[in-house]
Design a protein around this ligand. Structure first.
Ligand code: MTE
Length: 391
C-alpha cells in the first residue's frame, strides 16, 4: 500500500479497449452509479399512488435546473400519456369568439422560453406542527425549476377577443379525471407571465408534468399550473372551485379559512449538508442550497451555523432570475462540535423568510399549505445531520 494507489497505477480494462457505440442509448440515461438519485414517494401519504406525490431529490442536484426526469410529480387522479394529435385547448367565456386550438395551432405561434420554479402549496406541509420527515427530499422536494417554452396566454386571449375590462379572472381546467380547475387573476395573465407551455428544458413536457400542454403561472403555487390543459374560461369573478374553496386554503388559528393566498412567499433551504447526510470529518465544507420567491428575485440569503444567533451573507450563484430558484453557497469550517445550520432568504420586495416561532404566531400549527419557515439541520459530533425545528 505504501507504494501507491492501485486506482492510479493500474489501468482498468475499460481504459484500454473500445467503448460502447454511439446511440447505444438513443435517449440518454444517467450513469448506473447514480441510481440512488430518484424521485421518491412518502409511503402511506395517500391511499393510492395516483393521488400522491413523488419528491425531487434536492440533496443531489446542482445549479438551479431540475432534470426533467427528476421533476417532482403531484397528481390528484394519476397521470396519462395524452396523444398530442387528439389534444385540444378550448377558450370560452367573456370572449368575442369561442375557439378551439390544436397543438399544431399553438406550436406555430411565436414562443417564449423562461426559467421558473414550481412549488406545490403543500411543500413542507408535513412539518407545520413538528419535525415529521428525515430528509430535504421529503421536507422540500415538492419544488422544481425548469425552462418552460410556450405561448403567453394573453396572446391567445387577445386572439379570441377577450373582454379584459369585465373579464378579470380566468378559469383553467385540466383534462384528467380530477377535474382540476383553478381561478387565476387576469392581472397575472395581462403581465404576459402566464404561459400555455408545451416545452420543458428543451424537450416536450414529460407526461407526468402535463404533456402535451400545461399552464405556467410563475410565482403561484403549483396547483394553479394546470396540467393536460384543455380549457380556459374568461369570467368576471373567482369560481371558488373545490381546489380553491376546500383545498389549498390556509387554516388559521381562529378556525377560519383563508382563501386565494396563491403566491409562494420567499423561502430557502440548505440542500447540503442536509438531513440524512453524514459529514466525514471536521474541516472545510461548502454549504449550499436554494432560495426562491413568488414575488420576484432573491436579493440576499444569510446562513447561520449556530442555530440563528449569528448570520453571514452567502454568495448567490448567477443567474439570479425572477420567480426562479437561486443557488447560494458559503464557506464553512466545521470544528467537529454539534451545531445547527439554517438559511434565511430575503426577496427584492424586502420580505424576509420567517422562523417557525414567527410563522406559527400568525398561522398556528394546524395548517397544511404555505409553510415557508426557516429550515434547521442539526449536526452532531459523529457528523450525522438531522432535521430539527428551532423557534
Ligand atoms: N393539473 C391537473 N390537471 N391535475 C393535477 O392533479 N396537480 C397540481 C398541478 N396541476 C394537478 C395539476 C398540483 S397540486 C401541483 S403541485 C402541480 O400540478 C404539480 O406539477 P408537477 O407534477 O409537474 O410537478
Amino acid at each position: 500500500a505504501a507504494r501507491g494507489e492501485s486506482a492510479i497505477l493500474e489501468l482498468p480494462p475499460w481504459s484500454t479497449s473500445l467503448g460502447k457505440p454511439v446511440a447505444a442509448n438513443p435517449y440518454g440515461m444517467p450513469s448506473k452509479y447514480e441510481s440512488n438519485l430518484v424521485r421518491r414517494e412518502s409511503p402511506g401519504l395517500t391511499r393510492v399512488g395516483g393521488s400522491s406525490v413523488a419528491f425531487a431529490p434536492l440533496q443531489g442536484l446542482f445549479g438551479i435546473i431540475t432534470p426533467s426526469g427528476l421533476h417532482f410529480e403531484r397528481h390528484h387522479q394519476g397521470w396519462q400519456d395524452v396523444d398530442p394529435g387528439k389534444h385540444r385547448l378550448m377558450i370560452n367565456g367573456l370572449v368575442k369568439k369561442n375557439m378551439v386550438f390544436t397543438m399544431d395551432d399553438i406550436m406555430r405561434l411565436p414562443s417564449v422560453s423562461r426559467i421558473h420554479f414550481i412549488e406545490c402549496g403543500a411543500n413542507t406541509g408535513m412539518e407545520w406542527g413538528n419535525v415529521a420527515v428525515p430528509t430535504v427530499q421529503y421536507s422540500h422536494g415538492m419544488l422544481s425549476c425548469s425552462e418552460f417554452t410556450g405561448v403567453p396566454l394573453r396572446e391567445l386571449l387577445e386572439y379570441c377577443g377577450a373582454d379584459f375590462k369585465k373579464g378579470r379572472y380566468i378559469l383553467a381546467e385540466g383534462a384528467d379525471g380530477s377535474s382540476m380547475t383553478r381561478t387565476i387573476p387576469m392581472e397575472l395573465v395581462e403581465s404576459g407571465e402566464v404561459l400555455v407551455a408545451y416545452g420543458q428544458n428543451g424537450e416536450m413536457l414529460r407526461p407526468e408534468n402535463g404533456y402535451p400542454l400545461r399552464l405556467v403561472v410563475p410565482g403561484v403555487q403549483g396547483v394553479s399550473w394546470v396540467k393536460w390543459l384543455r380549457r380556459i374560461e374568461v369570467g368576471d369573478m373567482p369560481w371558488a372551485t373545490k381546489d380553491e374553496a376546500v383545498h389549498y386554503i390556509d387554516l388559521m388559528p381562529d378556525g377560519q379559512h383563508r382563501q386565494y393566498t396563491s403566491t409562494q412567499e420567499a423561502k430557502s433551504v440548505i440542500t447540503s449538508p442536509s438531513g440524512g447526510q453524514v459529514l466525514l470529518d471536521k474541516g472545510f465544507y461548502n454549504i449550499t442550497g436554494l432560495a426562491w420567491s413568488g414575488r420576484g428575485k432573491i436579493k440576499r440569503v444569510d446562513v447561520s451555523t449556530d442555530g440563528g444567533i449569528n448570520w453571514r451573507t452567502a454568495r448567490l450563484e448567477t443567474p439570479v432570475l425572477s420567480k426562479a430558484l437561486t443557488r447560494f453557497n458559503i464557506d464553512w469550517n466545521w470544528d467537529g462540535k454539534p451545531c445547527i445550520l439554517q438559511s434565511r432568504a430575503m426577496d427584492e420586495t424586502g420580505y424576509v423568510q420567517p422562523g417557525y416561532g414567527q410563522l406559527r404566531a400568525v398561522r398556528g400549527k394546524k395548517s397544511i399549505y404555505h409553510n415557508n419557515a426557516i429550515q434547521s439541520w442539526k449536526v452532531v459530533e459523529n457528523g450525522e445531520v438531522s432535521n430539527v425545528q428551532v423557534l
